[in-house]
Design a binder for this molecule. Structure first.
Ligand SMILES: Nc1ncnc2c1ncn2[C@@H]1O[C@H](COP(=O)(O)OP(=O)(O)OP(=O)(O)O)[C@@H](O)[C@H]1O
Length: 290
């Protein structure tokens, strides 16, 4: 499988730089992680050719993003806010998308729609109207329309926005299975969305990629400075807010995960997670790549 190569990509909106010299290789599944406003959606929209960049280039093998029509054949896109006519049922919606994608023959179109319904496990619900779907089912319809045409590249913006815990976990498993034989790019500000679904991670902050690589490479940055200890209320109060990663109450003590750069409590550092590395990049570093 070819990889997507993004080189020196810069985008301005009204004179303001919102993407600053982005360089990224996307060899399989990439999770784009960053806070609200970091530039993730803009990058996703450039990847889907809906927005053009001001500088730089994107290539997938020999195919350049300068040739929009060729690129569009390759891409399935689930935008952050996906909805559809409330009174149509799932089958009609997908048929409509298939027509928009140029499928003229009714029989082969129907066959393709049934295939994507099966992939997202909605065959039994195909006659259900959009207005009666849960958030998770609606996102699955969104994935189904993105899968029409069996695209080599899937771009998915904020996959679990608005979903409950159970739906999130089911949706993540679906994304993982879809990443097996295609390039999939998922943006999120929720670390768990990407931790189990993506082999490569890019962390984006203020329009710049501050870290990228395999999950393990990205995690390395927090190695040796993450600790987990049982602390009293007084000890907890002595920690700097920025140092705290998570707190669990355990009776009158707290189990606290935190950053400590001088190992003040002389305990053994814990193996960092992607969330640790993400918070480290957000809190302690200015824009510099590892
Ligand atoms: N069409 C536009 N015109 C002007 N500014 C824009 C436009 N689209 C995005 N921006 C600005 O560009 C910056 C990056 O926005 P973007 O939506 O790409 O970030 P994001 O990381 O996807 O955040 P979110 O998760 O909140 O969508 C923001 O400051 C946003 O206000």
């Amino acid at each position: 499988m070819d990889k997507i190569k993004i080189e020196n990509l810069t985008k301005y909106f009204g004179g303001r730089k919102v993407l600053d010299n982005i360089n990224l290789d996307i060899p399989g599944s990439l999770g784009l992680l960053g806070p609200n406003g970091a530039g993730k959606t803009t990058l996703m929209r450039i990847l889907t050719t809906l927005v053009h960049s001001d500088e730089g280039q994107i290539k997938y093998g020999e195919i350049s993003w300068e040739n929009k029509d060729n690129v569009r054949q390759l891409i399935g896109y689930l935008p952050q806010h996906f909805s559809m006519y409330q009174n149509l049922n799932i089958l009609d919606v997908l048929d409509h998308f298939a027509v928009l994608k140029g499928r003229e023959n009714k029989d082969s179109r129907n066959e393709e729609v049934q295939q994507v319904l099966q992939q997202v496990n909605l065959e039994q619900n195909q006659k259900t109207k959009i207005k009666h779907l849960s958030g998770g089912m609606l996102r699955r319809v969104g994935i189904a329309q993105a899968l029409l045409g069996d695209p080599e590249i899937l771009v998915i913006d904020e996959p679990t926005a608005g979903l409950d815990v159970e739906e999130r976990s089911r949706f993540r498993r679906l994304l993982r299975s879809l990443s097996e034989n295609r390039i999939i790019i998922i943006s999120s500000h929720i670390v768990e969305d990407l931790e189990t679904t993506c082999d490569h991670i890019g962390i984006i902050k203020n329009g710049s990629v501050v870290s990228s690589g395999t999950r393990d490479e990205v995690i390395q940055v927090a190695s040796g400075c993450v600790f987990e200890s049982e602390l009293s209320q007084k000890q907890l109060d002595s920690l700097d807010d920025d140092a705290i990663i998570s707190i669990k109450q355990m009776g009158d003590h707290y189990s606290v995960r935190y950053f400590d750069f001088r190992n003040q409590r002389a305990c053994t550092s814990d193996w960092p997670t992607l969330e640790d590395a993400y918070l480290y990049r957000m809190r302690y570093e200015n824009n510099e790549t590892i």
